[in-house]
Design a protein around this ligand. Structure first.
Ligand SMILES: *[C@@H]1O[C@H](CO)[C@@H](O)[C@H](O)[C@H]1NC(C)=O
Ligand SMILES: *[C@@H]1O[C@H](CO)[C@@H](O)[C@H](O)[C@H]1NC(C)=O
Ligand SMILES: *[C@@H]1O[C@H](CO)[C@@H](O)[C@H](O)[C@H]1NC(C)=O
Length: 270
């Protein structure tokens, strides 16, 4: 499987006790915020700022409507344990990981047929997200010289150095692949038709491109992508891309661990 689309809603357990303490001080919960249930709801899980509301019909309401306005909700069917969810599209993003020459171009990744087969479906998926007013974030490897210096040996031993990977054949032209996964090189460019597709999306404002310097786009204290999520109060992330077992998976896991709702927390305590 080189493509994985997963919906995550994130509960920051670490912040839970803190939020409750804060609520008591502010009387916020008493004012009717999320952790109290409404008529057709079985209850809420989370804290006043970051909660899911579970309806008796099995739908998970992920909109956090008591915290921020609901302007464009969407009911989505699920295929797993949970039958459906309501998302707020203005606080959702499609995050696509690593669909770059390094991972997909036949000259650098000759065995990645499954990944290349994911390109056309991904284009269709992005188009449908664009059509529903949900932004797409392409979260790609893109190291700089500082990263190259600071990468821990565990990561650096994966072959990161400042040598060019050499000349490669791209269609009828020969190009310098550049330094492995370094920003600005040919090997980190979006693969094939994605190059123009991403550029168009950025041009029209539906898409964004973020560099990452680890497998995960959300590792550590903060990353460029994480900062954007926080500043834009995004609470729902759809994650896909290549490779599902490494970069997609680790970004997914970090998102699950973090459960960002910090910007709203700051906002409401201000
Ligand atoms: C379940 O109930 C909620 C709340 O009334 C509603 O918004 C949602 O559309 C319902 N789900 C389905 C699948 O009809
Ligand atoms: C690459 O490595 C060489 C040799 O270690 C060094 O002289 C050079 O400054 C490095 N270049 C960059 C861009 O880091
Ligand atoms: C190289 O390929 C491109 C597009 O596939 C084509 O437009 C161009 O004419 C080709 N150039 C040469 C020198 O064959």
């Amino acid at each position: 499987m080189s493509i994985a689309i997963m919906l995550i809603k994130l509960v920051p357990l670490a912040m839970y006790a803190l939020a409750l303490a804060h609520d008591k001080r502010q009387g916020y919960v008493g004012a009717g915020a999320g952790i109290y249930s409404s008529e057709d709801s079985l209850g809420d899980v989370g804290n006043a700022y970051n909660y899911w509301r579970i309806y008796s019909n099995g739908t998970y309401d992920l909109t956090r409507g008591d915290v921020s306005p609901i302007t464009s909700p969407k009911l989505l069917p699920f295929f797993g344990l949970r039958s459906s969810a309501i998302i707020e599209t203005s606080r959702s993003v499609l995050c696509i990981i690593d669909m770059q020459n390094y991972f997909l171009h036949p000259a650098l990744a000759p065995t990645s047929d499954d990944g290349r087969a994911a390109v056309d479906p991904m284009v269709n998926l992005v188009k449908s997200f664009r059509g529903n007013g949900i932004k797409t974030a392409w979260v790609n490897w893109g190291l700089n010289n500082y990263d190259l210096l600071m990468l821990p040996p565990s990561v650096k031993s994966g072959g990161f150095n400042n040598d060019s990977m050499g000349m490669v054949q791209d269609g009828n032209r020969t190009v310098d692949a550049g330094m492995r996964l370094m920003a600005g090189t040919w090997n980190v460019e979006p693969y094939g038709i994605l190059k123009e597709f991403v550029a168009e999306g950025i041009e029209t404002g539906t898409d964004l491109l973020f560099n990452k310097n680890r497998l995960s786009g959300l590792w550590g204290a903060q990353t460029p992508f994480g900062m954007w999520l926080q500043q834009n109060e995004i609470t729902t992330i759809f994650i896909g891309g290549v490779d599902a077992d490494q970069c997609v998976r680790s970004t997914f896991m970090d998102a699950y661990f973090k459960g960002e709702r910090l910007s709203s927390q700051c906002h409401h305590s201000a």
